[in-house]
Design a protein around this ligand. Sequence first.
Ligand code: SAM
Length: 245
Amino acid sequence: MRMRKKKHGSERLSALSALLCRDAAALRTDPRAVFGRTAPVRLEIGCGKGDFICALSEREPEYDYVAMEKVDDVLVAAMEKYASRRGLGRLGVHGGWDAPDGTNYVGGAVWQIPLSLRGNVRFLSGDAKELGEWFAPGTLDGIYANFSDPWTKKGYEDRRLTAPGFLTLYARLLRPGGFFRFKTDNAALFAYSLETVAASPLTLTFHTEDLHASERAAENVMTEYERNFTEKGVKIRALEAYRPL
Ligand SMILES: C[S@@+](CC[C@H](N)C(=O)[O-])C[C@H]1O[C@@H](n2cnc3c(N)ncnc32)[C@H](O)[C@@H]1O
């Protein structure tokens, strides 16, 4: 996702950093302490500006979610969207973050948002290749990857989020019966992903070349990219696979 550098991006990230996962050991060993409750944890890789995770976490509040993104200027947009949708304030007119009590967190100040107000999403600044540092084997209930980069240049296939190495990693981190769901506009990446999933430890249970015309249309949660592609008439492909029980 291309994005202009955000003005005061790191300060804006600091203001809401209570929503960030910073301690890999804490998330690995005790996700209950991170979320303040016991619930199945689902992960979105490459959350972009957060439309999907905001809508999904409201629609399915019985789950906890980690939204991972490798570009901080994009991540901060997702965090601000989530915070404002949860009634946790808004961007200050003159910069910083305005909390509901009127305090303006600016210049790197951190709002220690009470755990009870943080809701069921935490954000993670990082690359999917580091997932094994953040999650213990067999602990994730589900993994979503939406409209990830196709990495078409020769020699870069390993970076695709459906490359064999990533699928093996997901299978290790998912609980038995946990799912991997993938959506893309890209026909070539989808064909590639059907092959890699078939050869992976995951079991393919569903796939469609036209998600919005499929039986999954009603339950589908749109992402930013999905909305753009759909407006242009591009069909959305989707697949679902499970870690066998
Ligand atoms: C094409 S955008 C799609 C954003 C969003 N998922 C959507 O569907 O609207 C892909 C996003 O994934 C992020 N991303 C790509 N590879 C990643 C990786 N290996 N780890 C974490 N984030 C990644 C990019 O920075 C970008 O924001």
